[in-house]
Design a binder for this molecule. Structure first.
Ligand SMILES: [Zn+2]
Length: 263
């Protein structure tokens, strides 16, 4: 998760156990706008076998459907699924095994699935570097369903919900900027997966082009600092949200807080 940053450095800001494993969360988000109920990212899902999941050591949490239920949503309530990208830990929950046990179906039967065209075409083509992340069973059923909307470029997708496109983690990663109360929230996805990834060169080895990730983080962090945005982290087990400030070595987190405390 921290690429070339040595453990002596990253372990001071993100705790690990003796096997170097760290706890990460899969924090999805629901946004209600203008009659749309938009679900941002869907976690791993449950289609793959035990061996596959042993590798990621899933534990804790409410699960996607459980988390939605605890907040009053059924799968039928979701009108839009916004997939930041098609790596398995982001889109897997969008497709489930069909009721009869044969084939697959969409978990959110009414929802339009939004994926950037750049990411869709890249993932369909696949490549050696990302083939463990782009799984056919997660992706092809979305295309076949007729529910796919390819997002062509940056800009507003829903009123007060706009998209930035990034290419360093994977081509066409979508980062949503969302107006909420009088604030702007950035769901930083895999561009800044945890608060520990705010320093420009603290990046994941999953990124396919590190230098692009650095440029894209710089652009987003500058905009977020100037605009007073709140970052919402998808993968940080310990920190849900933060504001930013300029520190001697660059932009860093300022206040850290839970989502429910945004006023
Ligand atoms: Zn990813």
């Amino acid at each position: 998760m921290f690429g070339v940053v040595p453990k002596v450095l990253w372990s001071r800001v993100y705790s690990s156990e003796e096997n170097n494993l760290i706890d990460l969360t899969l924090r999805s988000m629901v946004v209600e706008i203008d009659g749309h109920v938009i679900l941002i990212d869907t976690g791993w899902g449950d289609k793959q076998d035990e061996k596959f999941f042993r590798h990621v050591n899933l534990h804790g949490g409410e699960g996607l459907i459980g988390g939605l239920k605890n907040r009053g949503y059924t799968p039928e309530d979701i009108t839009d699924v916004f997939l930041t990208h098609l790596h398995a830990d982001h889109c897997g929950g969008c497709v489930k095994r069909a009721a009869g046990g044969k084939g697959y179906e969409l978990t959110f039967p009414r929802a339009t699935c939004h994926v950037s065209r750049a990411q869709w075409e890249w993932a369909i083509k696949n490549n050696l570097r990302e083939e463990d992340s782009f799984l056919e069973e997660n992706i092809l059923p979305i295309g076949k369903s007729g529910h796919l909307n390819l997002v062509e470029g940056e800009g507003e997708l829903f009123p007060g919900f706009s998209v930035i496109l990034c290419y360093g983690h994977t081509p066409g990663l979508m980062i949503p900027l969302i107006k909420y109360k009088d604030k702007t929230l950035v769901y930083t996805g895999d561009l800044i997966p945890t608060a520990a990834h705010i320093p420009l060169i603290w990046n994941m080895s999953y990124d396919i082009e590190s230098l692009k990730t650095i440029e894209e983080k710089q652009r987003l962090l500058n905009e977020a600092l100037t605009g007073g945005y709140i970052l919402v982290f998808q993968h940080d087990e310990h920190i849900e949200c933060c504001t930013l400030e300029m520190a001697p070595k660059g932009i860093r987190s300022k206040e850290k807080f839970e989502f429910k405390n945004i006023s």
